[in-house]
Design a protein around this ligand. Structure first.
Ligand code: NAD
Length: 259
């Protein structure tokens, strides 16, 4: 039996399937990943996205974020894989999507249960009082050469995305662990699984009895633990699985009709 059919069958059998997505699901939307062959680290030094660099030189860090990341991410649209996940949620097969991405593309594709481990590009946050703002307001200030400051407490405002060296929100992490431990099928789509603690989630799922499926172009750190490992581009593989699931369930057309 081929891997696509095996995954489709596992999805149909599952009662609580959960997906973990990484930067690889969004490369087809034109957003480069970090570590792939055309990854962001080929152009930027990762230390520029460290919280200590931001605190030392917030203006430079904001400019880098605004000019090199924000515009590219903001104009991106969901691709076929984001829509496939959303349809599978609609079909009540996928119960939640945990993402390492900050690009908001799962929400744009209308997935309802999205857990964003590393924040969301649409917001900025005060490093002192924790108030959140529409990031457009902060970007406007940056473009006028002003470091964004909190209008309530005067604290330094930063993009509300997790920089290297920053902890994740404990509530977000608790929800992610909860979904992973309740899952009976855990799908990893487009992640190198090299960023912690996100990369612990497949292990949490697996140790609670879930089947682990990894679809990625290139190796991941957890390939040896996968029950089914597909080497390939998510946007080529995953819609085929969705289509087959749909055909197997109801032989209705339209729901995952991507051909
Ligand atoms: P990563 O860059 O470490 O890994 C991405 C993986 O996806 C790589 O193994 C790459 O070979 C693979 N890949 C690339 N295109 C693919 C495709 N079309 N199909 C299948 N696989 C593909 O990214 P990560 O694992 O998500 O974690 C690193 C960090 O990157 C996270 O913290 C995340 O917040 C951040 N990030 C997010 C975005 C985004 O929001 N879109 C973009 C870049 C980085």
């Amino acid at each position: 039996m081929n891997q696509i059919r095996m995954i489709a069958e596992e999805m149909i059998r599952s009662r609580f399937a959960v997906a973990l997505t990484g930067a690889g699901i969004s490369t087809a939307s034109g957003i480069p990943d970090f570590r792939g062959p055309s990854g962001i680290w080929k152009t930027f030094d990762p230390s520029l996205f460290h919280i200590s660099y931001f605190m030392k030189d917030p203006m430079n860090s904001w400019k880098l974020f605004a000019e090199k990341m924000y515009d590219a991410i903001k104009k991106a649209k969901p691709n076929i894989s984001h829509y496939a996940l959303s349809r599978l949620e609609e079909m009540e097969i996928i119960k939640g999507v945990i993402t390492q991405n900050i690009d908001d593309l799962h929400r744009k594709a209308n997935t309802k249960e999205v857990i964003e481990l590393h924040g969301n590009i649409n917001f900025s946050v005060c490093t002192q009082c924790g108030r959140r703002f529409n990031i457009e307001e902060s970007i406007k200030e940056v473009k006028a050469n002003k470091v964004p400051l909190c209008p309530y407490c005067g604290g330094l405002v930063k993009p509300d995305v997790v920089f290297f060296g920053e902890p994740l929100s404990s509530e977000t992490l608790r929800r992610a662990y909860d979904f992973a431990s309740r899952s009976d099928l855990f799908l990893v789509l487009g992640s190198s699984l090299s960023v912690s603690p996100a990369n612990q989630l497949p292990i949490v799922a697996k140790s609670n009895g879930a089947k682990l499926v990894i679809i990625n172009a290139g190796p991941t750190e957890f390939d040896p633990y996968a029950d089914i490992r597909v080497e390939g581009r998510v946007e080529e593989v995953f819609p085929k699985i969705c289509k087959l699931v749909e055909e197997m369930i109801a032989s209705k057309s339209g729901i995952c009709d991507y051909d």
